[in-house]
Design a protein around this ligand. Sequence first.
Ligand SMILES: NC(=O)c1ccc[n+]([C@@H]2O[C@H](COP(=O)([O-])OP(=O)(O)OC[C@H]3O[C@@H](n4cnc5c(N)ncnc54)[C@H](O)[C@@H]3O)[C@@H](O)[C@H]2O)c1
Ligand SMILES: O=C(O)C[C@H](O)C(=O)O
Length: 328
Amino acid sequence: MSKSPVRVAVTGAAGQIGYALLFRIASGEMLGKDQPVILQLLEIPDEKAQNALKGVIMELEDCAFPLLAGVEAHSDPMQAFKDTDYALLVGARPRGPGMERADLLAANAQIFTAQGKALNAVASRNVKVLVVGNPANTNAYIAMKSAPDLPAKNFTAMLRLDHNRAASQLAAKGGFKVGDIRKLTVWGNHSPTMYADYRFATVDGKSVKDAIGDAAWNKDVFLPTVGKRGAAIIAARGLSSAASAANAAIDHMRDWALGSNGEWVTMGVPSNGEYGIPKDIVFGFPVTTVGGEYTIVEGLPIDAFSQECIDKTLAELQGEQDGVKHLL
Ligand SMILES: NC(=O)c1ccc[n+]([C@@H]2O[C@H](COP(=O)([O-])OP(=O)(O)OC[C@H]3O[C@@H](n4cnc5c(N)ncnc54)[C@H](O)[C@@H]3O)[C@@H](O)[C@H]2O)c1
Ligand SMILES: O=C(O)C[C@H](O)C(=O)O
């Protein structure tokens, strides 16, 4: 028997990530080749954005995707999030000229407070939320705090792009196949302070750290390369990463919904105190996923260097969180 359609809301749907994301969701790459979807797309109530969204919808129609059971265009989150099972919050306010970080946090706090409230009011009680729009961890925290009737665990932030970037750099350095790398993770904030950690990583059961055997490369090349990769792409393309960000969003949601088959993946999720991260901070952790639920991998040893890195990214997140406290 064929499955009933599920509802997938995407914000910022006429933006660059939206353009790289929607067609893959509609073709079944995110939720499976047997899962029909209804896309509920949100853009700002601006003529240009709404017209662009219409164009994207025309293209979705022209793909004649068998799994696409409906597409809706919205300018109000209360309609876009109605009964939604999945919400990918991509749209965010970009940093404008002369805008300070605090202004950016405040502008996004407004957006994610409103969207969190709308999810709280009208989404499925099991909605799985992924925040992509930057600052992703803090935006996810704001949305979660604005949705007190939904389980906090349903709000996640995207660290998967950092995870995939780290895997790719390791594969190039060690001569591994990227798909053979297991037990890699990225701790903390989606920002240059994130800590990509391959101490536990293996390829064919053998330690990646031992195979690379170069602590200076880790500190001086690997971590800065992964941390500054977003900026390097902006410098090269004149635009921020879009296809790779959309790909990471697909990976994150697919693994959350369909399971990671015992493998570690990185998700930004609200802490319950694991590894000393204060409760509710949305932090990148290693997780495994099964049956639509994620579980943080616990009990990993944290050495002095790792603790220093984790403390640094945590301090940044706490600073961001303090900066929006008065708005929640
Ligand atoms: N977490 C990550 O790994 C990661 C990676 C890359 C980009 N990003 C972030 O993703 C976001 C989107 O990037 P993009 O390249 O698609 O940007 P973009 O500017 O091309 O598109 C963003 C779209 O969001 C819309 N939008 C803005 N506010 C909205 C709101 N309140 N409701 C609905 N739509 C809204 C805009 O109209 C625009 O069409 C940015 O914040 C970017 O920094 C995150
Ligand atoms: O949009 C950005 O600032 C960069 C983006 O988050 C990325 O990691 O590519």
